[in-house]
Design a protein around this ligand. Sequence first.
Ligand code: IMP
Ligand code: MG
Length: 172
Amino acid sequence: MSSLEVLITEEEIRTRVAELGEQIKADYGEEPILLVGVLKGSYPFLADLTRHLDTNIEVDFVQTSSYGGRKSSSGIVQIRKDLDISIEGRHVLIVEDILDSGLTLMHLRELLGTRKPLSLKVVTLLRKPEAARHGAHAEYVGFDIPDKFVVGYGLDYAERYRNLPYVAVLHQ
Ligand code: IMP
Ligand code: MG
């Protein structure tokens, strides 16, 4: 029997996402931003975050290879769905659900960096301790969490639990 232990409540997420939105707005000012959501896990975070930003934004998505129902990374990151919009000359903000090993992010930064964006930054809702050890950097971080497997608010285990309004540790 698996069970869920709430780690970050709906209220805490709402408050923090609003704060991140304010911070991003203050940093970019009037400049247009292209938000690049990393599918699938970033969808609720991206949707909520954009509602705190001005109208001067565009949204696109990339999808990288997933863990395929497993709980740990294979260490191999591949692009499964590329961007539709050209990022050349644009301020790009990558929107991630979680930095675990940080491999996905490091790969994405490298790839998108070759396409001549005006700037390239990252906002992640969650960050595990591993990410810092691997040198994966995010300019904006919602919450630092312990090295446990979490689900909810976009995060899945074998495609389940994405629709939970909170973040919970999955015990199995
Ligand atoms: P990384 O490349 O190891 O940083 O892993 C990034 C991706 O792995 C995230 O975008 C998630 O899709 C997935 N992932 C990592 N940790 C968790 C977790 O605790 N729960 C659910 N998905 C996770
Ligand atoms: Mg996932």
